[in-house]
Design a protein around this ligand. Sequence first.
Ligand code: PMT
Length: 405
Amino acid sequence: MTVPAQPAPLAGKRVVLGVTGSIAAYKAIDLARRLEEGGATVDVALTANAARFAPALTFHSVIRGTVASDMFDAAAPELHVELGRRADLLLIAPATATTLAKLASGVGDSLVTLTALATTAPVLVAPAMDSRMYANAATQANLETLRARGVSFVGPDEGRLASGERGLGRMSEPEVVVGAVRALIGRAGGDLRGRRVVVSAGGTREAIDPVRFLGNRSSGKMGFALAEAARDRGAAVSLVSTQAPPPALYGVSVEEVESAEEMREALARRLRDADVLVMAAAVADYRPAETAARKRKKQEDAAGWDLALQENPDLIAGLDGSFVKVGFAAETDDLIANAAAKLRKKGLDLIVANDVTDPEAGFGGDTNRIVLLDGRGEPEALPLLSKYDAAQRVLDRVAALLAER
Ligand code: PMT
């Protein structure tokens, strides 16, 4: 079944992408494409040096907005003012050491640096340079100056550099930069800005011995989608996960755990000043009564293995505070009745029911078919959605619950 189209995360937003003269300029083409795929309209301003690495023509084929590099264009003499005015965000990627110096001292000698001077939009910079240039005291002082003025940075990362050496100076990968753009745009105008949202993701692993565990089929994708969507709406997001999150979750504070007990401890710490808890994690109801310190050997004379189990505490029911509590119900039978019982028993504000026998819903895939229950109105059954869009619908309810408080 086809998933209905929902508004893209950057729909209606205008990003001005300033590209400067680094070998990493080739990544700016993919970056521009990804921003457009995310719903943004992208304008590209190139320095003359950037145009040598990544020609204007290539950008024209991947974006809908303006591509320009000439600051003396008689047809558009005030283009830098216009670009600065219409930007929801100015992204400079890659930014060379020289560009950082110019930004720090207010030099406007290219369409990129002139636009930076002319804009009042948030500015995000993705530096790219040799590691020694990055470590240079002048560059570090320029970064400090820009940070103090409210400029945000993404990267640089460790890795292979143009010189062939490895070091700190590689421009962050485009999907990470897009994550940073979405986080910053959310913080500037999202309806959850100023809110602290804690999300759990993945299936807990309950150790039997050093090599075996009791686990379940959760991939973490539903929790990642919730963390991503909350971040895009401006929240400060904490994710407690049994699975490593994807790089696109830039800006989310992540703690990786294994067992239900580790998850409980991490959640309790992170919930101290939280406004919302969303428990998408599949927490084991039982754990082995004992965890062996050494690998249990195959018992040649035994017909089987009786594993004694002990009940885990119910995390969401036991975590108290004034935060909005959202649980999930993974059901194979009586979806609505079982979810409604869990909503009451666990003291939740909202429960998200999913039928995990449906191949398009629940564990593992990229889609879900959810029903929202709050114990007040009728259950709201949503159509098949991507996990990200389903997360947005859950957060619509969360935003309404927060507004009521
Ligand atoms: O990770 P994916 O592959 O994307 O799959 C997503 C998902 C199917 C895991 C997710 O959509 C989902 O349904 N998560 C909840 C799974 C679950 O544990 O459901 P439950 O019905 O057993 O538990 C109800 C609620 O109580 C859940 O919010 C659960 O996190 C919580 N719980 C359960 C047991 C326990 N000991 N402590 C808890 O807090």
